[in-house]
Design a protein. Sequence first.
Length: 200
Amino acid sequence: MIVSLTVCLPDAVATGGDNLFDAIAGKIGASYVEIAYTYSSTLSGVPVYGEGQLQLQGTSYRHESSGLEVICDGESVWISDNLSKEMVIETAGDSSLPADPATMLVNLATAFKIKDIKKTGEGSNEYLILPVNSIGIRECRLTISGSSASPKLENASFTTSDAVVFNISIKSMTFSAQLRQESFFKPEERTSSWVVTDLR
């Protein structure tokens, strides 16, 4: 990019006050969310920078970054390279994380468990979270500030299974109770000039 599992807090931090992770995971799960962000990474020894836009609702999302558009309706994922006019269609959950980092936030509360919490400032915590199941991520770190009533995701980083680290800085994040129609999370029709590969 994914409800019966529970986030497991270590005993040492289970009584550490407001759980900002639970708060923001619950808010993401119950809202239509729009996120603007910048990112950095190193791929094959080359620094990579970019920015993206994410619109998320439940297990559905639209994600645009660095010429790629990734759309998921919860069942299928459409990955489009708008420059080369190529599209790959996969079953949801099978897409690669560099093209689909949105999967980090889909079902955040159930897809991860908290390993450690570190205070990083007044009203700000860094959460080290590990995936419950294998999803191509080794670990994530989320810095969340605010309160349980009004949590704010400041930045995130995740390490893939092959040790590639992506650092994400959140420019803006808005929540809305105005949910989008299912059709919003499906791609527009592609013309015959596109090369479409369906791997479902």
